[in-house]
Design a protein around this ligand. Structure first.
Ligand code: HEM
Length: 308
């Protein structure tokens, strides 16, 4: 065995990597034997008081004692009664901490909404017109090419920005208590962003799109329970004419109904749902005590004389 694979064991003797690994696994199993029943008991106890569980307290806010200070806090922390937070942690709003990615994602959503509404003036979601409208926008409409490309680039950037935002939230551990609920709202926003991107992709109705959507929606055939080729799908009576793929396409092939469904989801359904979740997301950032951290830096000049 090579030198680097050797280390001191518990009794001071040199032991190999495999031995250490086995010892490690034994330790984990041992601690599971003692900790697991205690943890399980704790969870069962908690189920008897559901309002005290972590899931419940992360979703619902708790009531505070009716004292003058708490009443003042109630006003200050209410978004409607006090739009701007009374206090913010200056280190938490630094770009080096947040990367500004949540804000940039929201900004891109606004750009997409504005350019999207303008594109709607020129686009018809029909098999005859759709691709012609795209060509018309590219070559004839004044600033049409700019408009279309602003929409396309903002869409690509939003997908990248939302992922970077999620990555920074993960790196700063901001998914932990008390922000678990907002992390879950974020996951829904991520899925909605990807769905917006996917449904928009279909709209130009060219060959590239046709085959991409054919492949994409074919995956839905294999959905467990709901797809006719998925596990237990056939047993539940799924066929190509009633499964989840049929629901997505409005038919068994990628055609006019699929285009119309994509258009409605893309321009109306998903943007409305995403806007509602964004409002919830921003409100919760405030309710969870503002952006997470790092710990506030207190200047020497701010420390009270008595404490010095
Ligand atoms: C449309 C998508 C999204 C928008 C517009 C958005 C926007 C924002 C904004 C503006 C903030 C304030 C702090 C900052 O800018 O970093 C924030 C915080 C937060 N976001 Fe998002 N977000 C989105 C998606 C997500 C996703 C995908 C996740 C995670 C799965 C997530 C989880 C969080 C959490 C946990 C916080 C609190 C972070 C902290 O306190 O440090 N968000 N979001």
């Amino acid at each position: 065995m090579s030198e680097e694979n050797k280390d001191n064991g518990k009794n001071g003797k040199s032991v190999g990597l495999v031995t250490r690994l086995i010892e490690g696994i034994k330790d984990v199993l041992e601690s599971l034997k003692t900790d697991l029943p205690a943890k399980a008991k704790e969870q069962v106890e908690l189920l008897k008081r559901p309002t005290k569980t972590q899931v419940f307290t992360s979703i619902f806010r708790h009531k505070h004692d009716d004292t003058p200070r708490n009443r003042a806090l109630g006003v200050l922390s209410n978004v409607f009664l006090h739009l701007h937070p009374a206090k913010i942690n200056r280190d938490a709003v630094r770009y080096s901490y947040t990367w500004g990615m949540g804000g940039i994602t929201f900004y891109l959503f606004i750009v997409l909404t504005l350019t999207g509404v303008l594109l709607m003036f020129y686009y018809h979601p029909s098999k005859v017109q759709a691709f012609r409208d795209v060509l018309y926008l590219e070559h004839d409409v004044p600033f049409g090419k700019l408009l279309r490309n602003m929409h396309r680039w903002a869409a690509h950037l939003m997908v990248i920005a939302v992922e970077l935002h999620m990555f920074r939230v993960f790196l700063t551990g901001s998914y932990k208590k008390p922000r678990e609920f907002n992390w879950n709202v974020g996951v829904i926003l991520l899925v909605l962003t990807l769905l917006l991107s996917f449904t928009g992709y279909l709209l130009p109705d060219d060959q590239l799109v046709f085959w991409a959507v054919t492949v994409g929606t074919n995956m839905a055939r294999a959905t467990p329970l709901l797809g006719h080729e998925g596990p237990f799908g056939a047993q539940l009576g799924m066929t190509p004419y009633n499964d989840v793929r049929f629901g997505l396409l409005g038919g068994s092939i990628v055609d006019a109904n699929a285009l119309l469904r994509s258009y409605i989801w893309h321009c109306i359904g998903i943007p409305i749902i995403a806007s509602i979740f964004m409002i919830l997301h921003f409100w919760r950032v405030r309710k969870d005590g503002g952006i997470s951290g790092p710990a506030a830096v207190v200047l020497d000049s701010e420390v009270k004389e008595a404490k010095k």
